[in-house]
Design a protein around this ligand. Structure first.
Ligand code: SAH
Length: 256
């Protein structure tokens, strides 16, 4: 039998009904699904006939080594026709997609990527605040201070200082030192920060604060995924919270 194809599929930010139609179709057709820990059970359940294998990690928990995941994908494609690697948000953003794409290419296995809605976009929708509010922001930076093992650290602060709106992934556990580092490098202490956890999910929560307050008080790390969003577009919500029309998606029908 010819080898199968591995689909790196974006599961979106959490809510199962924020999946693309293509992702849903591939899940329904999948023989085997390797999924991250953050993927909603309702999304995984769409893979009705597939064997389901959890390979992802959450902060501080054991992760399946990337090389081992790569090998499992290759082995699965030798046995199955439709192999789905389901990743939170979009696979191409902080999702270690490249390692898997490269390993599949080396093994001669066909691979396709299906984009998903990244967490920053879901969080913006929940807040009802545009990342590129006219007159305030014409640039957005997605960044993370997190450096993987054996990786060369790069300066994530410079682009965050230079952009209008910054969205920091994998940053909740270091929120206090991140805020202090940004202030030390010249970001105004009064810069507004939106902290959004569980974007797109029924228990979404947010708070709006400043870099100064965050550097002083820190932020209690939660088990839920969290984004730090930094920039002038959050000032109105900070200064006039009563007037701020937060959007809610909770009235939407959930596919779960
Ligand atoms: N590929 C994913 C990001 C993976 S990195 C994407 O495109 O969204 C994991 C980080 O994403 C988490 O540490 C958190 O910062 C963020 N994240 C993922 N889902 C989230 C959610 N529902 N709400 C808030 N942040 C989320």
């Amino acid at each position: 039998m010819a080898d199968g194809t591995v689909y790196l599929v974006g599961a979106g930010p959490g809510a199962p009904d924020l999946l693309t139609l293509r992702a849903a179709r591939l899940l329904a057709a999948a023989d085997i699904v390797f999924h991250d820990a953050l993927v909603h059970p309702g999304t995984i359940a769409l893979a009705e006939r597939a064997e389901k294998v959890a390979v992802g990690k959450r902060h501080g928990e054991h992760s399946t080594a990337q090389a081992f995941i790569n090998k499992r994908l290759v082995d699965a494609a030798r046995k199955h026709r439709v192999v789905v690697r389901l990743k939170g948000g979009d696979p191409m953003l902080f999702g270690r997609a490249q390692e898997e794409i490269d390993a599949l290419a080396v093994a001669g296995i066909a691979c396709e990527v299906v984009p998903g809605i990244t967490a920053a976009l879901a969080a913006s929708a929940d807040l009802g605040i545009s990342l590129t509010r006219r007159g305030m922001s014409r640039s957005v930076t997605f960044a993370t201070p997190r450096v993987g093992r054996a990786e060369q650290p790069t300066d994530w602060i410079k682009p965050v200082l230079e952009t209008d709106t910054a969205v920091l992934y994998m940053s909740a556990h270091e929120a206090q030192s991140i805020a202090a580092a940004l202030i030390a490098r010249g970001k105004p202490p009064g810069t507004p920060v939106a902290i959004v956890e569980n974007a797109s999910l029924p228990d979404v929560a947010h708070q709006i604060t400043t870099l100064k307050a965050l550097s002083t008080n820190g932020f209690r790390p939660l088990s839920a995924p969290v984004l730090l969003m930094i920039g002038a577009v959050y000032r109105e919500a900070l200064e006039r919270p009563a007037l701020h029309p937060y959007c809610s998606h909770q009235s939407h029908l959930s596919a779960a």
